[in-house]
Structure formats: structure tokens, C-alpha cells
Write a protein that binds this ligand. Structure first.
Ligand code: G3H
Ligand code: 13P
Ligand code: NA
Ligand code: ZN
Length: 328
């Protein structure tokens, strides 16, 4: 059944687990996530970005999520809008049936310019008013995702600030978080702790100086009833990077957020963990491998199935590691 983010994460908080929120763009990704959820008896957050809505179109995304719910009636599914750029975008998603929306007011509507605190409060409060009136949950964001090594937000074409960010923009301030939650009433809050979107997060396996997991405990202490969200939480598996390179792909040396660091975050109050890049890496790695190993193959279903299986294995591993397995 469809469920709002608030109810889903309240249960996660009560039982001390975290829920991966996987980005969806097509049928195979949705099927991969649902198969893994079924295998592990886990609740699910399916999230669609503006890029996903541009790629598949909102009606297809909505109908495919409906199909997932119909096919897996015993799995709680939250349909979440990722990184809303404005109250108008969030309002559209609420109308079209999303059970949760993210208003990302940490950036201006261009999603490239860091916004002022006051702007963030204003747009986020507006969305909370609209959403809560109809039982939809709201995620806000405070702080800018970006690398503590370089000050860069990461992915050039994705969601993130342009230019170099100052150190204090890259780490969410615990007392500002307390003010923000009091002023907006958000259900969940995305925090900046040194992660960024995309495959290029860290130039070396991250240590505490560039991945500030300890910050989460300080924030959680100030806002214990607000569910904390980690964005940019792909682990960038080295084994999939190796497969992509072996089968003709070009991808530089890079490191993601170790699963153990996320588990530490969950112990400190993280309840929603955003993952997109890992599914992209596994899916393209699997398709590259098939293309090289079976050169005569031209049935796209063989490629899509290899990609779907690879994504399913990642999803299953995350459901198990984050402790949501067994909680559907
Ligand atoms: O927020 C970033 C997600 O990975 C979505 O990426 O905008 O390319 O769909 P996208
Ligand atoms: P990754 O790029 O690390 O998968 O992060 C995805 C994300 O935060 C979507 O909002
Ligand atoms: Na941000
Ligand atoms: Zn994100």
C-alpha cells in the first residue's frame, strides 16, 4: 500500500533502522527495487527527480508506481518527489499523487545558486502548509551538499551549487537546524555532512575529516523528532567500477560513502538514505559486460534484465545493511 514518508520513517525511528530511498526513472529500476523489497520484506521509498520526470514523464512514473503497489500489496511504498525546486513544483507533485515531497530551498529555483536561510524557510514553510493539509509529508534541506576536500558540489548537470562552497556552507549547523525545523515544521531534514551527488564524491576512501558522520549526532540531539536524511549516499562500489573499466567504460578513480559509515549515521538518527548513482553504475556495468561477452545478442530485454538483476542485488544489500529488512 501507499504510505506517507512520515508514517514510514516514524516506524523506522521507533525500531532504529534506516530506509534507502532509491531514484526511479524506468520500469526496470522499479522492478529491481520491488524484487529486493519482496525478498527482504522491507518497506520502500521510490523517489523521482526532475530529471526522471523529464525522462519518463509524470504519468508513466505514477502508473508504474501504481503497478508496483498492485503487484506487491503487502509492501509499504512511499512515492517521494526528490529535490523540488519551488513550491509550484511541489504542488504539482502533491496533486499528481506523491505521498511525500522534498522542497530543496537550500538552493534558489535554478538549483545552482545557494539560497539564503530566510528564502529557505519561506519556501519550505509554504510547502509544509500545502502538503500537510492533504496528508503529504515534506523533506527540507539545510546546508549545501558538496565536497569538504574541494568545496565542489559534484555533478555538473545534476542537482548542486555552482562554484566553490565555503566550509561552513558544507556542514549543517545544529542550532540553525533546530530553528529551521521550528520555523517550517518539516517531517524530514536533509543535512550536509560532506557528501555530494554523483560518482565523484571523494578522491580517497573517506575519513572523518571529509565525511562528518559525527555531525549527525549533534543535529539529531537538537531535533530528535525530525527524521534526518543523507543525500549523495551511493557507496560507488569498486567492483562495479572495475567491471565498467574492464568492459570498455571510462571512469576515473573515485570513492563513495562506505555502507559502514551509513550504518553509523543510522545509529545516530539518519532514517532516509538517498541512492541513485549505485544503481546507475551497476546497471551500465552489467549491460557493458553483456554487450562484450555476448556480441551476437540484440534482444534489448537481455540487456535490461542483466541491468535489473544487478540493481536488485544492490538494493537487497542496502535493505539488509540499513536494517529495514523484515519491517514491511
Ligand atoms: O539528486 C540527484 C539524483 O541523483 C537525480 O539525478 O537529476 O540526473 O535524475 P537526475
Ligand atoms: P547519489 O548520487 O550518491 O546516488 O545520491 C542520490 C541523491 O542524493 C538523490 O537525491
Ligand atoms: Na542543499
Ligand atoms: Zn539528493
Amino acid at each position: 500500500a501507499m504510505i506517507a514518508l512520515r508514517q514510514l520513517l516514524d516506524h523506522a525511528a521507533e525500531h532504529g533502522y534506516g530506509v534507502p530511498a532509491f531514484n526511479i526513472n524506468n520500469m526496470e529500476q522499479i522492478q529491481a527495487i520491488m524484487a529486493a523489497a519482496e525478498a527482504t520484506d522491507s518497506p520502500v521509498i521510490l523517489q523521482a527527480s526532475a530529471g526522471a520526470r523529464g525522462y519518463a514523464g509524470e504519468p508513466y512514473l505514477r502508473k508504474m508506481v501504481e503497478a508496483a503497489v498492485e503487484q506487491h500489496p503487502q509492501i509499504p511504498v512511499c512515492m517521494h518527489q526528490d529535490h523540488g525546486a519551488s513550491p509550484a513544483i511541489c504542488q504539482q507533485s502533491i496533486r499528481s499523487g506523491f505521498t511525500s515531497v522534498m522542497m530543496d530551498g537550500s538552493l534558489r529555483e535554478d538549483m545552482k545558486t545557494p539560497a539564503s536561510y530566510d528564502y529557505n524557510v519561506e519556501v519550505t514553510r509554504k510547502v509544509v502548509e500545502m502538503a500537510h493539509a492533504v496528508g503529504v509529508s515534506v523533506e527540507g534541506e539545510l546546508g549545501c551538499l558538496g565536497s569538504l576536500e574541494t568545496g565542489q558540489a559534484g555533478e555538473e548537470d545534476g542537482v548542486g551549487a555552482e562554484g566553490t562552497l565555503a566550509h561552513d556552507q558544507l556542514l549543517t549547523d545544529p542550532s540553525e537546524a533546530a530553528d529551521f525545523v521550528a520555523a517550517t515544521g518539516v517531517d524530514a531534514l536533509a543535512v550536509a555532512i560532506g557528501t555530494s551527488h554523483g560518482a565523484y564524491k571523494f578522491t580517497r576512501p573517506p575519513t572523518g575529516d571529509i565525511l562528518a558522520i559525527d555531525r549527525i549526532r549533534a543535529i539529531h540531539a537538537r531535533i530528535p523528532d525530525t527524521h534526518l536524511v543523507m543525500h549523495g549516499s551511493s557507496s560507488v562500489p569498486q567492483e562495479w567500477l572495475a567491471i565498467i573499466r574492464e568492459f570498455g567504460g571510462e571512469i576515473g578513480e573515485t570513492y563513495g560513502v562506505p555502507v559502514e559509515a551509513i550504518v553509523e549515521g543510522i545509529k545516530s538518527g539518519v532514517r532516509k538514505v538517498n541512492i541513485d548513482t549505485d544503481l546507475r553504475l551497476a546497471m551500465t556495468g552489467a549491460m557493458r559486460r553483456l554487450a562484450v561477452e555476448k556480441k551476437a545478442e540484440f534482444d534489448p530485454r537481455k540487456f535490461f534484465k542483466a541491468a535489473r538483476d544487478a540493481a536488485r542485488d544492490i538494493c537487497q544489500a542496502r535493505f539488509e545493511a540499513f536494517g529495514s529488512a523484515g519491517h514491511a
